[in-house]
Design a protein around this ligand. Structure first.
Ligand code: HEC
Ligand code: HEC
Ligand code: HEC
Ligand code: HEC
Ligand code: HEC
Ligand code: HEC
Length: 363
């Protein structure tokens, strides 16, 4: 139905079909984009690497291999050139190590994000974590379709919600919390507006922390037993600090209208996702806006441990690993770790955007 309306629009307005009819189309895409019925076309194998075919009649190995057939080049597995909000899964294949005070320290690939199982890209289940910390979801089941519905839905980024959870060990994993509300930019994250910046970035509204808690229940501060960083309304003094903060060198002259940092996002709870312009959004928080999981983490992967948005183990940002002195580095990794973002020379941890604990570090 939706497609018919769009076709009518294309005809009536003379728009180019490609700009209006997208692959997933908010609903189910053409089946052959992902499935092959016999693994045969014109007498040749559709997936030559798997002559006897694949589970679910997929046309490329596993679910994640199938997605990456198109999405690798869009920036979801692109040698670290995917500068998207979600992040580039390339980073889970990169391990860096260095010597600190006489002992070797590792920033392991499998700690850099969600380890999706995609053998055609050399990606395997997390070797360190058997299941989701704070939850039960088993690491070996992790793939693109643990979070995104391959058959489409109306949610932000086709994420699963309470309607139906992801395919899991022959059944479905039940999600207790709905998909988050947000507005994102292009799925192509190697160029254009899909590249996250202080101006163009996902505008998050609500529900992200609870959504992550579908698999990491005990890390959400709704649980009453554990001490964890809050994921809730910031309060006026923290929102004020965020807005005033420019850098370690200047904690005071910021302005709420332009204070948004793509690297330290929050949920703007009053925003209208239908009308907001996510390619030009610079408004800082008010006290009711919320700190959330993606304030500190990326949903896919990052160059840093714990899929962090910045190196949480570095004293100053310029000491973030990978560095050119690390074992295992390549120069492009060093160049790409912070997308296009830049910092003042002595910039301390970005936790300070809200907490200003670098008040006495001013040079
Ligand atoms: C974007 C890729 C994609 C497209 C397009 C797609 N599928 Fe699937 N399909 C999958 C994946 C991946 C699985 C494996 C289960 C999972 O990971 O969710 C699957 C599983 C299935 C299953 C078995 C499990 C279930 O959910 O019932 C059926 C049946 C199915 N697909 C039918 C279809 C039909 C019919 C179409 C076209 C109308 C279609 N699919 C289009 C990716 C896709
Ligand atoms: C045949 C190529 C192709 C395959 C295979 C494919 N995609 Fe896509 N995907 C696209 C295109 C084109 C777009 C952008 C247009 C759109 O939203 O339909 C897109 C967009 C998306 C988006 C962003 C949607 C939004 O609302 O902004 C997500 C999420 C996504 N794909 C997930 C997946 C997952 C998960 C799989 C594997 C199950 C998959 N894709 C397989 C071509 C593909
Ligand atoms: C479908 C279940 C699922 C959802 C939803 C989910 N995670 Fe995870 N997460 C896992 C599993 C399983 C692991 C452990 C295996 C791995 O790293 O792939 C994990 C690991 C992690 C790690 C540790 C990475 C490492 O190796 O040290 C972080 C950080 C994380 N998740 C954050 C998040 C955030 C933030 C969200 C919400 C945007 C989220 N997760 C949503 C299942 C999930
Ligand atoms: C742990 C859950 C999870 C897994 C696994 C996951 N995604 Fe995502 N994905 C998300 C979330 C959440 C967002 C929104 C991120 C944001 O805007 O901050 C997203 C965003 C996206 C986007 C929009 C562009 C971007 O980078 O933000 C695309 C396209 C996409 N995912 C495709 C994929 C593909 C392909 C895979 C597998 C290779 C995958 N995702 C695996 C949760 C996941
Ligand atoms: C204020 C920043 C911040 C927020 C907000 C935050 N995290 Fe974390 N997270 C971290 C840091 C830093 C670590 C590294 C380990 C630690 O400090 O406990 C981490 C580690 C993790 C890990 C890996 C644990 C392990 O054993 O390897 C997971 C999973 C995780 N966070 C999930 C979440 C989820 C889910 C949320 C939202 C409910 C969330 N985080 C909110 C900063 C944050
Ligand atoms: C987007 C804003 C924001 C960012 C970024 C942020 N925090 Fe917080 N943090 C908060 C809020 C809000 C509170 C709750 C403060 C309150 O209730 O007074 C808090 C509380 C805390 C507390 C006190 C917890 C308690 O129970 O008393 C610590 C410690 C803390 N944060 C550390 C960190 C660290 C370390 C980082 C970086 C990894 C970080 N925060 C990043 C907003 C933020």
């Amino acid at each position: 139905m939706k497609t018919l309306i769009k076709i009518a629009l294309v005809l009536a307005l003379g728009l180019s079909a490609s700009s209006v009819l997208a692959f997933h189309d908010g609903g189910v895409a053409y089946c052959a984009g992902c499935h092959t019925m016999h693994n045969s076309q014109n007498g040749a194998l559709v997936d030559a690497a798997h002559p006897s075919g694949n589970e679910f009649l997929l046309n490329t190995g596993t679910a994640s291999d199938t997605c990456l057939r198109c999405h690798a080049a869009y920036g979801q597995f692109a040698s670290g050139t995917g500068f998207g909000a979600g992040g580039d899964f390339y980073w889970v294949s990169r391990t860096f190590s260095w010597v600190s005070r006489g002992s070797t320290v590792m920033s392991k690939g499998d700690s850099h994000g969600h380890n999706i199982v995609a053998p055609t890209k050399g990606l395997a289940a997390d070797a360190t974590l058997a299941s989701a910390p704070g939850g039960t979801f088993v690491s070996g089941q992790m793939g693109c379709t643990s979070c995104h519905d391959p058959h489409g839905n109306d949610n932000f980024r086709l994420l699963y919600g309470t309607e139906m959870g992801p395919y899991y060990a022959g059944g479905r994993y039940s999600f207790a919390n709905p998909a988050p509300l947000a507005k994102g930019n292009s799925r192509t994250t190697t160029s254009g507006t899909g590249i996250e910046s202080n101006v163009a970035h996902t505008v998050y509204k609500s529900g992200m922390s609870k959504w992550c808690a579908n698999c990491h229940a005990n890390f959400h501060d709704d649980n009453t037993t554990n001490f964890v960083h809050p994921t809730r309304a910031m309060g006026s003094s923290i929102a004020g600090a965020y807005n005033a903060y420019v850098s370690t060198d200047d904690l005071v002259s910021g302005n709420a209208a332009t204070s948004y940092w793509g690297l330290v996002p929050f949920e703007a709870v009053t925003v209208d996702v239908a009308t907001v312009n996510s390619t030009n959004y610079t408004q800082g928080p008010t006290g009711t806006d919320e700190v959330m999981c993606l304030t500190c983490h990326r949903a896919h992967a990052s160059p840093f441990q714990d899929s962090a948005r910045w190196d949480m183990t570095a004293r100053i940002m310029s000491e973030s690993h990978p560095l050119a002195t690390d074992t295992g580095f390549i120069q492009t990794d060093v160049d790409r770790k912070y997308y296009g973002y830049t910092f003042v020379a002595e910039q301390k941890s970005l936790c300070n955007k809200c907490h200003a604990k670098d008040a006495f570090d001013k040079l």
